[in-house]
Design a protein around this ligand. Structure first.
Ligand code: KG4
Ligand code: ZN
Length: 326
């Protein structure tokens, strides 16, 4: 069995997975959303303190598995350094005391493996990652073979939902509240489609966000109309760039992962794209779209099988990581 720890942002989570069958034997997550909500975003120092409280309590529940563990996997990149540290320190302590090899998992690759919890890998696959920290189109062809087709020049998709929600006084995280409010609104606020005149495949969300700020300042529109117009444009931009990537790389399998892959309006638009371009579309199960240790355990199993271990003295926290370009 493998034990995995996730603490890259505001979720403290631990999972235990059977290496051979990939069956999830234990999974628990304590979310800090409520604590951060009043600040309109994650406060790193507070997040770190809450991880230090939650992680040992969850770990206590996994003690019976300790004699059967073969490795400890932990998210060591990318994320907030003060929160990554909480998980990494715990993983190092476990590795030393239980004499187990240590596996450092890239959180973004973890999101890809959220598709394969209790399942086999599907590859090659084009993956759209839409989370709070990242908006990327990746090409996945196994744990050692992930390259980047596109990324964002500024804000990420999820982050733009968080910022718009903050401007509208709706709390954190913004994605689910904006999605709910948008159902009651009309798309009557004129917003720009980013980078429509560039021929590259890349994302930018700062322009839409600023246009929303100006629309709020005009005090002419209802919150629900702003939410509906913003969400529509944000998704339209994803589709616009994903279409370019699909035309260029012609994938047979296409997945959407990350916290924002829970958005049903987004899923609906990608279903239309899948019909048009004849690729098979995949999402993680709803409970694995946001940050969790089950996906870290699943990626950890793959790394264990390929002996991708790191000595506890050498396992470093990397708040930022770059992928090779495809
Ligand atoms: O993957 P995740 O849990 O954490 C990171 O790795 O960042 O993603 C969290 C992000 C937040 O920005 C949140 O607002 C966004 O995902 N999100 C959504 C929805 N649910 C969560 N964005 C749009 N629509 C949603 N339904
Ligand atoms: Zn994430």
């Amino acid at each position: 069995m493998i034990l995995a720890i996730e603490s890259s942002c505001d979720d403290s989570s631990i999972a235990v997975m059977d290496i051979k069958t990939k069956k999830l034997l234990f999974h628990k997550k304590v979310s800090q959303e409520l604590e951060h909500s009043k600040y309109g975003g994650v406060v790193p120092e507070l997040a770190s303190r809450l991880h230090a409280e939650a992680l040992p309590k969850i770990l206590e529940e996994t003690k019976d598995f300790f004699p059967k563990l073969k490795a400890v996997a932990v998210t060591n990149a990318p994320g907030l350094s003060v929160t990554l540290q909480e998980g990494v320190i715990m993983a190092k302590a476990l590795s030393i005391s239980l004499k187990l090899p240590l596996i450092g998992v890239n959180h973004l690759i973890g999101h890809i493996y959220s598709l394969f919890i209790e399942k086999e890998e599907i590859k090659p696959m084009m993956v759209l990652l839409v989370s709070g920290g990242h908006t990327k189109i990746l090409n996945f062809n196994g744990i050692k073979n992930v390259c980047e087709i596109a990324t964002t020049l500024d804000d990420s998709f999820g982050e733009s939902f968080d910022k718009v929600a903050k401007m509208l006084g709706l709390g954190y995280p913004g994605g689910p509240v904006i999605e709910k409010l948008a159902l009651k609104g009309e798309c009557i606020v004129g917003l720009p489609l980013p980078l429509k005149n560039s021929s590259d495949i890349k994302f930018s969300y700062s322009g839409i966000k600023n246009a929303v700020r100006l629309a709020i300042e005009e005090k002419r529109y209802k919150k629900e109309d702003i939410a509906a117009s913003f969400q529509k444009k944000a998704i339209q931009h994803l589709i616009f760039m994903a279409k370019r990537a699909v035309k260029k790389y012609k994938p047979k399998h296409f997945a959407i992962v990350g916290g924002a892959s829970a958005n049903l309006a987004l899923r609906k638009e990608f279903e239309k794209l899948s019909d048009e371009f004849h690729f098979k579309l995949y999402y993680p199960e709803m409970k694995y779209t946001s940050d969790n240790a089950a996906m870290i355990a699943r990626a950890g199993v793959e790394m264990y099988n390929q002996k991708m271990f790191t000595d506890y003295k050498n396992l470093k926290i990397m708040p930022r990581v770059e992928f090779n370009k495809c």
